[in-house]
Write a protein that binds this ligand. Structure first.
Ligand code: PMT
Length: 408
């Protein structure tokens, strides 16, 4: 049973015999944690009392458009916008006609015209009224306007006739409400995305290190875009001054060796994107104590190669992520070097960017990238790093989902 915790439904009760079912409807919604506010048309008051609906909903019931107190406490526009969903039950032929034609001559129809929220109607009327071409025309208009409809059901009517026109049962209406209020399924829900970002810091001694100008902005933007698509997002980041993007699992690291270990510890993943600017070398033997300025020559720093994180992950046998993306930071021959990296490092896609000083990419807010893969080169215009990130994540989502589809 879907919880409707924290949701608010504005229930508009029309004037029909089925109005008695709104007691049960309110009760069911409340058991699911949903708040219910009620507007009654004047005709509805002939079938149920405001008092009974107020005691079930636990809130005052709004009955007339020009009640000055109501307008001061909560205007009709506010009333319809404060809800997550408007439900019209029973939706009489008259209410449907008003909605279809945009009439607003009482509180119910005014709230319906003023709303910016989804609307669900549960029609209920005599079978001939339901079948009448005017009602069917209005129904078609309402559907075109994006109004959701539940029922009506077939059965014996209060007037003794038989056919479609009975209002859907309260449980059916609640199911329709739950369907409309459930969050949309995001394309990367259930998928894991691993992202590296920022620089690495390779210590020389406890106070000095080798690093680079990466700010982490591009990698963090990719992490935000992955979260927005519903992915479980792991951000393995070297030291940056950026805030942790909401929704990501942050794994702070310093050195390339730590970055590799952390990435390997996070496998398996569906997509891995290596946007970090990893130092290619580290000090072969860094000092545990601060190196003192001596009287003689400055010290000679001997370097050793760092592990290639991208290549290590992209060439793993058992748990290689389905899509492995590397970046190429180049200062000339961008496409050529990127194509070399694509094959040398065994990844599926390289995002190449020009990081020469005049490009302003390191630390800046913009980037101009080229996507290099076995299917060719796609060059994107200069964009904000956020836009690059969203476009890239959409591209990778299509790649992932279509390769999973093809594997089925
Ligand atoms: O952080 P910003 O200020 O926003 O700047 C963004 C950026 C320029 C850092 C980013 O867009 C970028 O280009 N990142 C990759 C930087 C880099 O190290 O490029 P590279 O061409 O040297 O390396 C190629 C690829 O191998 C990269 O995916 C890199 O993460 C990876 N690599 C490199 C060396 C290494 N030892 N291990 C790796 O995994």
């Amino acid at each position: 049973m879907t919880s409707l915790d924290g949701k608010t439904v504005l229930l508009i009760v029309g004037g029909g015999i089925a109005a008695y079912k709104t007691h049960e409807l309110i009760r069911l919604l409340k058991t699911r944690g949903c708040s219910v506010r009620v507007i009654m048309t004047r005709a509805a008051e002939e079938f149920v009392t405001p008092l009974s609906l107020a005691s079930l909903s636990g809130d005052k019931v709004f009955t007339a458009l020009f009640s000055l107190t109501d307008e001061v406490e909560m205007g009709h526009i506010q009333l319809s916008r404060a809800a997550d969903l408007l439900v019209v039950a029973p939706a009489t032929a008259d209410l449907m006609a008003k909605m279809a034609h945009g009439l607003a001559d009482d509180l119910a129809s005014t709230a319906l015209l003023a709303t910016d929220k989804k609307v669900l109607i549960a029609p209920a009327m005599n079978v001939r009224m339901w079948r009448h071409s005017a009602t069917q025309r209005n129904l078609a208009t309402l559907r075109r306007d994006g109004i959701a409809v539940v029922g009506p059901n077939d059965g014996e009517m209060a007037c003794g006739e038989f056919g479609p026109g009975r209002m859907a049962e309260p449980a059916e209406i609640v199911d329709a409400i739950a369907g409309l209020l459930k969050p949309p399924t995001l394309p990367l829900a259930g998928k894991k995305v691993l992202i590296t970002a920022g620089p690495t810091r390779e210590p020389i001694d406890p106070v000095r290190f080798i690093s680079n100008h990466s700010s982490g902005k591009q990698g963090y933007a990719i992490a935000r875009a992955a979260v927005a698509l519903g992915a479980e997002t792991i951000l393995v980041s070297g030291p940056t001054s950026l805030p942790i993007p909401p929704g990501v699992q942050m794994m702070p690291v310093e050195t390339a060796t730590e970055m590799l270990e952390t990435c390997e510890g996070e496998l398996p993943a569906d997509i891995a994107i290596f946007a970090a600017a990893v130092a290619d070398w580290r000090i072969a033997q860094h000092s545990d104590e601060k190196i003192k300025k001596g009287k003689g020559n400055p010290p000679t720093l001997s370097l050793t190669e760092n592990p290639d994180i991208l290549k290590t992950v992209a060439t793993r046998k058992a748990d290689r992520p389905q899509i492995v993306v590397g970046f190429a930071a180049e200062t000339g021959n961008v496409i050529k070097h990127a194509a070399d990296k694509l094959t040398r490092k065994g990844c599926d896609l390289i995002v190449a960017n020009d990081v020469s000083a005049e490009s302003g990419v390191f630390g800046g807010d913009h980037n101009k990238v080229h996507l290099v893969s076995s299917s060719g080169i796609e060059s994107w215009p200069d964009m904000s790093k956020d836009d690059v990130a969203h476009k890239l994540m959409e591209h990778l989502t299509v790649m992932l989902l279509s390769s999973q589809e093809a594997a089925r």
